[in-house]
Design a protein around this ligand. Structure first.
Ligand code: G6P
Length: 609
């Protein structure tokens, strides 16, 4: 989604801003721009497409400037064009603004501005905000921003420059993240994502909703929108530069798939007591009693995180014996859900910023539910607004298609289910058995990854097929959904995932000679039934690609291609069965020359509805 970077200090701002924008590229964007203050003037450059296009536009004007703001835009209001790219400039040419989020009442504000003879040049909702700031400006940019924001409905993370106050950047947030990085005395970098900051400093301040900051060469101050001073804690960013670099891999997605042994270790670290068969989740410590007494659990999320929620539903009913269901956050938030006493809502999100998931969490809290977060990004909005939660600690995920975050989400949900199970009906030996198996999982990932080249060769055979099916049952049904989503989002092949038994109720009509059908057919309670489903596809000419349990030779007779995962207890199978499907999607995308890390039309974090 859109990205913001701002810099003030003693170095040349432009290279720092461009580098920062490149660090945010992974979030997805369609145009970019920057503004610096140079000799008392605002110098703006904008370009459609890649950041390289913006770089090519930069001329000598502003090369030595030491203050500037920059933006990557992902179009919402107004198509991707140079005119609509940020920064937007006030009519007098003296104020520049970059904005993430949506100004919902922009039409009303635009009419008001037109009445004041202020004309907007772009089709964006953002431009009305900078024009409004220009309208209110009477020599104090901080006050003008405050006055303008009081008129605005919607969400924003903004950074504002004023040519008449060349020693400060004013930033504010409501619903869109902003982080101030403290580089050194009088030197700051502000961004919407820590990835643009870590190369300069690990010391950051996370702005909260409804807060503003004026970042000046002589220090920065934080206030509320009502100008009440706020004391902020300086925090350390959790990750380092090498975690957001390719490190020899061709794509971030591949790097993150291959990292899963390590990322799962980080998620499990310090939380499993294999000796006593106990799980320790510090973030839930004050609430385990309430959660164990829950009458109903609702997982809410979007995209891949929703699939993790679906695995959670199986885990919680099976292991913890608590009624559980999974809902798209976008549906949950608007359908006036019934929240009875004893309901626990668990929001799952890698970024912790997905707009719908955040809104669902707020809805749940408002209606009296205990609201928990299973989040990767430390300090993110959902993490801060949850009553309690568990961090994934799997390191930053840069690839747009979520991989390592998914396995860590499932690992966290498995730990939660075992912990709660112990407070309910799960015996100590049963818990110990699962915990021992969970502890072994990171070491078993490599056995799956070793098959990457074999998976590539298999995919190559079907690379021109435009329709794929992914089928699984029980714990592997969500994995079928996830496998299909991965293939769709990065290789643009149409794929559907569903419970294997559901195939007979319609989709079987699609199966024709040579159609690739992926079965997750591990040894599990429904293994025999899955084999029957395989027969049904085979007899209609479908080609079978199976994910099976190590040692299963029988399945070789039925499938054209078999990829093996180590034998683990059924509830933990999704942690391994998803990996061959991630690799399958990755290789398909590469073979079709798709831009794996920047798939068309997609954003890493969807912070608008
Ligand atoms: C976007 C991403 C997906 C992700 C989903 C939810 O659509 O492209 O990979 O699963 O958002 O994101 P979250 O950060 O809430 O997990």
């Amino acid at each position: 989604m859109c990205g913001i970077v701002g810099y003030i200090g003693h170095k040349c701002a432009r290279p720092i801003l461009i580098e920062g924008l490149k660090r945010l590229e992974y979030r997805g964007y369609d145009s970019a721009g920057l503004a610096v203050l140079n000799d008392g003037q605002v110098a703006v450059s904008r370009a459609v497409g890649r950041i390289a296009n913006l770089e090519a536009r930069l001329n000598g004007d502003g090369a030595n400037a030491t203050i500037g703001i920059a933006h990557t835009r992902w179009a919402t209001h107004g198509g991707p064009s140079e005119r609509n790219a940020h920064p937007h400039i006030a009519q007098n040419g003296r104020i520049a603004l970059v904005h993430n989020g949506i100004i919902e009442n922009y039409r009303t504000l635009r009419t008001f501005l037109e009445g004041m003879k202020v004309c907007c040049q772009s089709e964006t909702d953002t431009e009305v905000l900078v024009q409004l700031i220009g309208h209110f400006y009477k020599g104090n940019i901080e006050q003008a921003v405050r006055d303008a924001l009081h008129e605005v409905q919607g969400t924003y993370g903004i950074a504002v420059l004023c040519a008449d106050e060349p020693d400060r950047i004013v930033v504010a947030r409501k619903g869109s993240p902003l982080i101030v990085g403290i580089v050194g005395p009088g030197e700051y970098i502000v961004a919407s994502d820590a990835a643009a900051i870590v190369q300069h400093t690990a010391q950051v301040v996370y702005l909260a909703d409804g807060e503003m900051a004026t970042i000046a060469r002589d220090g920065f101050r934080t206030t509320t929108l009502e100008n009440v001073p706020v004391t902020k804690e300086v925090q350390a960013v959790e990750f380092s530069l090498d975690q957001i670099e390719l490190g020899g891999y061709e794509h971030f997605m591949l790097k993150e798939i291959f990292e899963q042994g390590q990322s799962l270790s980080m998620t499990l670290r310090g939380r499993l007591n294999t000796r006593e068969g106990v799980i320790h989740l510090g973030g839930l410590a004050n609430h385990t009693r309430d959660i164990a007494r829950a009458r109903r659990l609702i997982f809410t999320a979007q995209g891949t995180a929703w699939h993790a929620g679906l695995v959670g539903e199986y885990l919680f009913e099976d292991i913890a014996k608590i009624p559980a269901e999974t809902e798209y956050a976008s549906e949950f938030r608007y359908r006036n859900p019934l929240i009875e006493p004893g309901t626990v809502v668990i929001a799952i999100s890698q970024s912790g910023e997905t707009a719908d998931t955040l809104a669902a969490l707020r809805e749940a809290k408002e209606k009296g539910a205990l609201a928990l977060g299973v989040i990767n990004a430390v300090g993110s909005t959902i993490a801060r607004e949850s009553d309690a939660g568990v961090y994934l600690h799997c390191g930053p995920e840069i690839g747009v298609a979520s991989t390592k975050a998914f396995t860590s989400q499932v690992a966290v949900l498995a730990m939660m289910a075992i912990q709660l199970g112990r407070r309910r009906f799960l015996s100590q030996p049963e818990a110990k058995n699962l915990i021992d198996a969970l502890a072994r999982i990171p070491g078993q990932v490599s056995a799956v990854l070793e098959q990457s080249e074999a998976i590539r060769k298999a995919v190559e055979k079907y690379i021109h097929r435009e329709n794929w099916l992914f089928l699984g049952r029980g714990y592997n049904y969500p994995i079928a959904l996830e496998g299909a989503l991965k293939l769709k989002e990065i290789s643009y092949i149409h794929a559907e995932g569903m419970p294997a038994a559901e195939m007979k109720h319609g989709p079987i009509a699609l199966i024709n000679e040579g159609m690739p059908v992926v079965f997750i057919a591990t040894r599990c309670s429904q293994y025999e039934k899955v084999l029957s489903n395989i027969e049904e596809v085979r007899s209609r000419g479908g080609r079978i690609i199976a994910v099976a349990t190590e040692g299963d030779e029988h399945i070789r007779e039925m499938a054209q291609h078999v990829f093996y995962v180590p034998d683990v207890p059924e509830p933990l199978q999704p942690l391994l069965t998803v990996i061959p499907l991630q690799l399958l999607a990755y290789h398909a995308a590469v073979l079709r020359n798709c831009n794996v890390d920047k798939p068309r039309n997609l954003a890493k974090s969807v912070t608008v509805e």
